[in-house]
Structure formats: structure tokens, C-alpha cells
Design a protein around this ligand. Sequence first.
Ligand code: CRA
Length: 801
Amino acid sequence: MFSNKDRFKEAFLKRLESMCGKGFEESTKRDQYHTLGNMIREYISSKWIGTNELYRSENKKQVYYLSIEFLLGRLLGQNLLNLGIKDMVEEGLSELDIRLSEIEECEPDPALGNGGLGRLAACFLDSLATLNLPGHGYGIRYKHGLFDQKIVDGYQVELPEQWLRHGNVWEVRKPDEAVEISFWGTIETNYANNGLSFKHVGAEKVLAVPYDMPVVGYHVDTVNTLRLWNAEPSSFGPNQDVLSYKRDTEAITDFLYPDDTHDEGKILRLKQQYFLVSSSIQRIIASYKKENQNVRELHHSVAIHINDTHPALAVPELMRILIDVEGLTWDEAWDVTTNTLSYTNHTILSEALEKWPIYLFKPLLPRIFMIIEEINERFCAELWDRYPGEWERIEHMAIIAHDLVKMAHLAIVGSSSINGVAKIHSDILKNREMKSFYEIYPHKFNNKTNGITHRRWLLKANPELTELIKEAIGDEWVKQPEKLLDLKRHVYNPALKEQFAAVKRKRKEILAKKIADKNGIIVDIDSIFDVQVKRLHAYKRQLLNVLHIMYLYNRIKEDPKYTIQPRTFIFGAKASPTYYYAKKVIKLIHSLAEKVNNDPRVSQVIKVVFMENYRVSLAEDIFPAADVSEQISTASKEASGTGNMKFMMNGALTVGTLDGANIEIMEAIGKENIFTFGLTAGEVLKYEENGRYRSMEYYHHDLRIRQVVDQLTNGFYAEDEGEFGAIADSLLVQNDQYFVLRDFASYIDVQEKVGTAYQHTDNWLEQALINISHSGYFSSDRTIREYAENIWNIEPVGVRM
Ligand code: CRA
């Protein structure tokens, strides 16, 4: 049905009638979306089955990537592109007077993630499949993904996200592969003649039913699997109070927790984590045992990756199955477990380090708790041997201490590999945050700098730029993104620069139209599109960006001779619903926009735009249109960042601190092609240690700072003077934890340089092209190859299409 355009058209019309029970004329865009999606899924099936058969017959090692989040974004367009049938389908549809882009708009954005961590998992799946690597994602099928953001009077309001309302064309329910998960109850210990055995009695059972989604590689036959688990009542549930049992069970997969950098100490969250881990590992072992006899050799065929600490219960769960179900001894089980598991840390923010109180943990997961106690005891005994008498050190490193279970310690002790997500982050882990663990396990620690899939963030999001690059250097880089470096030879070619400028302009026009439609704001295409899009968090310092704009406003008002290169400041960000400060920053951006955009003179040169409901599909419109990428986190706090890479790949120049992957971006493109400013990580960490920073001094000594900070509370931006009190307090009363005022002056300076640089158009375009040419290193293909070779020990399987 996809062999040529005419057969496709015919099949499409036939399928539309049979699926929707309507003729073409009456069909809606959504009917057309479902029809096309259905046809594509069917087309994928044979490759999917083929891939699974190949994996079975070759019996090569496979990796399972356990993640509480997968932020996929829309799949229709990406699948068409990866299957190599997009142009044909697009033409066929247009002959039927249907625009593919309009159909694509009907697909809800599967928002099963918050931000970087979840999106990284999605990029990794794309790379695994494209590189023909046997690797699958295991996650949760949340009924509601991340909330939809509405802005009402400048305030964020959260609406429940409803991605499953009209069904999900990509998924296949596999009830035959459902497994049971046990919560609560008690453990009976039996002393038989050949040792101990444990029986979990009185447990509440929950059924985990898998829904599989195909992960299609780019122009290859590999189709891997993303398996999402759904919680359902089990037939072995209680007889009494069936209704509340049903409600409690389904609640497990109802919601994605809308916070990535805070520890949600809720029992439901712990239930989600065990639900994911237990269902995944039970199934992984069952499928291993179909082809292999000896679970003692599991790690030769299986690698299981723990994406941040959320799935760290994989350690005791694998132990439980190996000991209680498979009958291995403790030592045998420990050997298999530690050789199977690997762990990535994504943050050093202490508020994100998960610690579970025993009083919640132990009753919910009694057997798992016993196993963690045993792991902890053995670990502490080892420490005692190594550091006799050093109680403090041992207490500090223990997995259980002060009535808390420390998930990061559990993951480190139970894994063979621990990695950070950018060089500086991995170094901070080794030398500070996890120093004591690095001392005893130096061989376990390594770095894997994050990456992004260029197939979504360049090929799909920016077809215009993709074409331009292909015209200039051919298309080898599509399969080998590091070959984008070939573009470097052409950077000074006037024709290329001109064409790139035209592409950028076109993409700015497209975004400007969206802004006009959605926000009713007319922006100047010739202005710098200066963009900060990411989750709202104090450490990411959207506030620094805002204070700069407030300063510009004052400057323009006060000094009639002051001229600047016009700029459009674009923001997109969701704040966690309970994060008071973050929501105030969103309100402040809106109050600022109101003032700036309505001032006759100021609005000639600057505009402020907040784009509602930032998500993957919106991001695909934003990155290609950006001139400037704001990556201004407090140095040491942003583990890597991945938006920075998406901007770079689309030819935006970075304004950034020496943080996360910004540093590696700078090393790749050269200092002269990035605008850096602010404290270094070393300086920040030193301040944190010696406590010598006084934000008040900066407030008193820099008039520009005093003016903007005063304007937060003197009625300038809100009638209610208390409106932004929390923000002012964070800066002054709480001594500015993220060094916003400390970095203010250097940020203003660097922003001035950006304005001047933009006026040297030729030079700017060259710098943009240099950014693009070095972006290949930041493809997730490179990252995944490194994981495959150095951590998982897996190899490509199968043949290219
Ligand atoms: N919030 C980091 O903060 C990083 C991503 C992916 C984060 C980012 O700097 O790029 O992970 N950390 O590695 C995180 O989620 C729980 O920690 C993120 O997305």
C-alpha cells in the first residue's frame, strides 16, 4: 500500500471508509489522521515482527532502558520520515486535497515526561533503532501526561492532559504478557533444611498490562519496542471494597508527576516506581528464560539501565526474583544483579535526590525492604573493613540511614556503571557529590555526554535547513552526523550564507505567524529572536533574563539617545503546579510583556512573548526560528542541558554560562563563537562552601540592579505590591541562592556584545554555520554508541534496508 502514490491513495480511501464508516467527503481531519496512522502501523508490523524474530534467533545481548519518563512528541511525521515514505504520502494526500501537516496537528503530543530526562530517553530510543541496536524502552502508560498549560491573566493554570481520549493508534495491548505486582502484606520466613525461604502473604495484587509501541529506525529495518505498563485490577484482588481497590489500582498509572527536579515524597510515586520496575524485570526474565537455561548468565544476554534513581528498585527487585523465584544464593544473585544493571545520574540538586522514609517504604514493599536491609548490611560491613572506626563516613555512605532509604546509594552499590551526562557533571560527581563512592569504585564511574536525535531536531523540525545542508555537502551526514563538519569548509561561502539567512528568515516568519495567531503580538522579523525555552526553575534563571529585559526597558525610557539592535524575547516554560516561585516568574514575564509591548517607543525595539504550553511539537517550531539560545543556569547546576544542542544544530548562537554541555559546545566551536559569561562552577561551589556571597552588596552597589529589584515590589509591575514579593525575597532576604545578582553585570555586558555582533550580519551567519557544522558530535547516535560499547556491551543486529 506504500509502494507507490496511486496504490497509497486507493488504499487510504478504502481504509478510511472501513475504519470510520464514512465517505471521504464527510471525513474529518481526525478520521484521516487515524486512518493514516493505522495504515502506517500495519506497514510497520512486518518489520517489527521481523526484528523480534531476529533478536530471538540471533540471541544477542539486549538492553532494556527503564525510565519513569519518555517524552516522545508526535510520531506520525517521524515514522513517515524514518520509513522513507514521507514524500510519497505527502504528495498522495495533496492530490486528495489533504495537507499532511494538518493531519499531523490532530495527533496529541504524547507528553509522558517533564523535560530533559524524558526527552533524552525518547532521543535514545530513536538512536538505538537507527543504529540497529537491540534496545527497548520500558516505562509507564500514564493516562494523563504532563498537564496542559493555559495562561489566564498572566497566571499559569493547569488542565489535565488527555492524550488517550481518542485512542492511541501506535500502541498494541498485550494482555497475554501481563504480570502481577504485589504491594503491602507481610513476609513469612520459613527455615527449611537447605536454607531460608520467604513467602509474601496478604499482598494486594495489581495487574500490569503492557502496551507496546513500535520504535522505527531511520531507513533501516529495525523496529524496537517501547513497552508502557498500565495498572489494572487483578482477578486476585480482594473481595471486599472492590471499588476502592479498583480506584487505588488505576491511580498508579493515572498521572505523571509534574516535577523533575524535586523529590516527590509521596507513596503513590513509590508505587509507580516499583510497578515499573517489577513488571519490567519479571517480563525481561521470562523472555530471557524462553531462549536461555541458566539465569546465572543473565548478564551475558541482558543489560538493564536505570534512568536516574526512579527505577533504582531494579536492584532489590532483580535480587528478589533471582533468590526467591529462581533459587540462586545471595552471592550468585548479587553477581548477576550488579553485572546486569547500570545507572545514570541526571542532577546534583540535593532536593532531587530521592530518599524514602522507612515508615512509608517498609509496609508497602516488605520483601524489597528486607533485601535492601541485607544489601546495606553487607555494604556497611565492607566499608567497616576498609575504613575501620570511621563511623561518620560509613553513616554518610550507607543506603539506609536516619530512617531513610537513599535511592542514589542503592543504585551506585547495585550497578556496574555510574555515569553523569556531561563532562563537568561527571567530574562533579567524582570529585564532590559522590566522591566517597568514587574512592571505593573508581572503575564504575564514567561520563556520557548527552545528545539529541538530529532526525527529529533537524530533519523533521527544519526541512529547509536540511535541504540546504544537503545541497552544500551531500547527505552522508544524515547517517553519520559527525560529517556535518564538512560544512565548515563552506562557512565563508557568500551564497551559502545568503541561503542560510533566507532559511532562518522563513522559519522566523512561520514562528512570527504563530505568535500573531496565538498571542496577538506582531513581532519584527528583523529583530533578534532571543529564546529561552525549558522547564521553569530557579536554577535555570529565567529571572536573570527577565531582569535584563527590565533593565533594557528602563534604559530605553531614560535615555532617548540609547539605541539597540531590536530584539524579540521569547519564553516557553511550564512550572510545576506547586512551585510557587516558578509560577510567580511566569506571571512576571507576562506583566513585563504587557508593559514592554504596549509602550509606543519601547515596543519599537523590544518585544516580550510568552508561548503557552511549551511541549515537543511547539519546540519543533521554535528551535529553527531562534537566533539566540539562552543557556544561563547557575554554573554547576545544569547537569547537561539538551536544548542547548537543539539550538546549536539549528544555527542559533548561545548565550551561556560555563555549565553542563555548554562547555563542550564551546570547546567544539571555539570561544569566539559563543557568548559566555558569569561565575564558573568552581567559583559557585567555592561560594557555597565559604558562604561569603552577599547579594545585598550587589543590590547596593549596582544602581541598575537596585532599580529593577525595587521595581518588583514598588507597584511598577503589579498593582498589588506583594505580587512579586517572593521573587524579591529570593534575591535579597534569602541571599540569592542561584547568584542572579552576582552574574547580572556580566550578563548585561555579554548581551550588549550579542546586539553588536548581530549587526555584523556576515560574521553572525558564519558563526551560526560553524555551530551547525559542529553539532554532529551532539547527536544522540554518538551518545548511544558510547553507551552500547562502554556500558551495555551490545552490538548491532540485522541488515540495513
Ligand atoms: N532536569 C538535567 O537537569 C539534563 C537532563 C537529561 C535533567 C538536565 O541538565 O540535560 O536531566 N535532570 O540528562 C533530571 O531530570 C532528575 O534529574 C533534567 O532534565
